[in-house]
Design a protein around this ligand. Structure first.
Ligand code: ADP
Ligand code: MG
Length: 140
């Protein structure tokens, strides 16, 4: 297995409920290391661009409303098999389908306000990390 990087976002439903630390603890307990992090408020333009791949989905507009409704914490994570490892710790998109012990099972409010984002492939991880971070903001 290779050391990989992945992009994580702690979403507005989680920052609103002050769950940032509890979510980071789950990531760290799984062996993922936070190598870049910042708390920001997404602009509508930035949210739309980030979720461009979902532009044709019926929930796209609502999703962009939600992602701009409060602060998010964007993170680059590093570790063995980081992309799949993070997806495992996050749990299924819909918290009703998420395994016990996962972030979404424990914290998500519903399928939209599901507390975290994680890249779905190493290729997308590289694109998504570059979307939020300059090279000199990442310290591995
Ligand atoms: P994941 O975040 O697990 O990779 P997707 O990439 O399919 O899931 O969707 C991106 C985000 O869009 C989800 O995390 C969730 O916030 C939202 N979303 C996905 N499916 C739905 C849905 N059926 N209704 C409302 N929002 C959804
Ligand atoms: Mg996705």
């Amino acid at each position: 297995m290779a050391v990989e990087r992945t992009l994580s976002i702690i979403k507005p439903d989680a920052t609103r409920r002050n769950l940032t630390g509890k979510i980071i603890a789950k990531l760290e307990d799984a062996g993922l290391k936070v190598i870049a992090q910042k708390r920001i408020r997404l602009t509508r333009e930035k949210a739309e661009a980030f979720y461009e791949v979902h532009a044709e989905r019926p929930f796209y507009s609502d999703l962009c409303d939600f992602m701009t409704s409060g602060p998010v914490v964007v993170q680059a994570l590093e570790g063995e098999n980081a992309v799949a490892k993070n997806r495992e710790v996050m749990g299924a998109t819909n918290p009703e389908d998420a395994a016990v012990g996962t972030i979404r099972k424990e914290f998500a409010e519903n399928v939209e306000a599901n507390s975290v984002h994680g890249s779905d492939s190493p290729e997308n991880a590289a694109i998504e990390i570059a979307f939020f971070f300059d090279d000199d903001e990442i310290v591995g």
